[in-house]
Design a binder for this molecule. Structure first.
Ligand SMILES: Nc1nc2c([nH]c(=O)n2[C@H]2C[C@H](O)[C@@H](COP(=O)(O)OP(=O)(O)OP(=O)(O)O)O2)c(=O)[nH]1
Length: 144
């Protein structure tokens, strides 16, 4: 598919082995997404692997280093459909250095418990993210 924008996102959890909390980030821009919650991440740059892009975005946006875990599979190699022009691949990630801070693109970060589904699903996520959050919750609860 030509012209598809490749986005990567991180499901930052407190522990890759036994995740109990997810780090959600509230966007500040553009206007149609400001105030909505998302997976920290961004667009893959030319010549960059998806994983390298994710490490770069997490360093820029949150000031952290992470260890990546499994990809949250969408059944599509491009990832989860965001809109007609963009798709996002999402990996589980665990912090290895730094304390997450909203340095760029976000004005709030929040650790959301993964046992109360209503808590995390109750946030105003970017609508395209809701199936991804649901799949994440399903995967975490299936593994528990
Ligand atoms: N990072 C991220 N982007 C998402 C999510 N859900 C979703 O629809 N998007 C959309 C919003 C944007 O249109 C696009 C990602 O662009 P971005 O603005 O985060 O990318 P970027 O950091 O590389 O920013 P820029 O270079 O374009 O300024 O994907 C999500 O959970 N995380």
């Amino acid at each position: 598919m030509t012209g598809l924008i490749n986005v990567v996102g991180a499901a930052v959890v407190d522990s890759l082995e036994t995740p109990t909390r997810l780090l959600a980030a509230r966007r500040t821009a553009p206007p149609q997404f400001a105030g909505m919650w998302e997976f920290p991440g961004g667009k893959v740059e030319v010549g960059e692997t998806a994983e390298a892009a994710l490490h770069r975005e997490l360093a820029e946006e949150l000031g952290v280093e992470v260890r990546l875990g499994h990809e949250l599979e969408s059944g599509n190699s491009a990832g989860w459909t965001l809109n007609e022009r963009a798709a996002m691949r999402v990996w589980f990630a665990e912090l290895t250095a730094g304390e997450p801070r909203p340095l760029e693109d976000h004005d709030e970060l929040r650790w959301m418990p993964l046992d109360g589904f209503d808590d995390v699903l109750g946030l105003p996520w970017i609508p395209a993210d809701l199936p991804i959050v649901q799949a994440l919750l399903d995967r975490v609860s299936a593994a528990a």
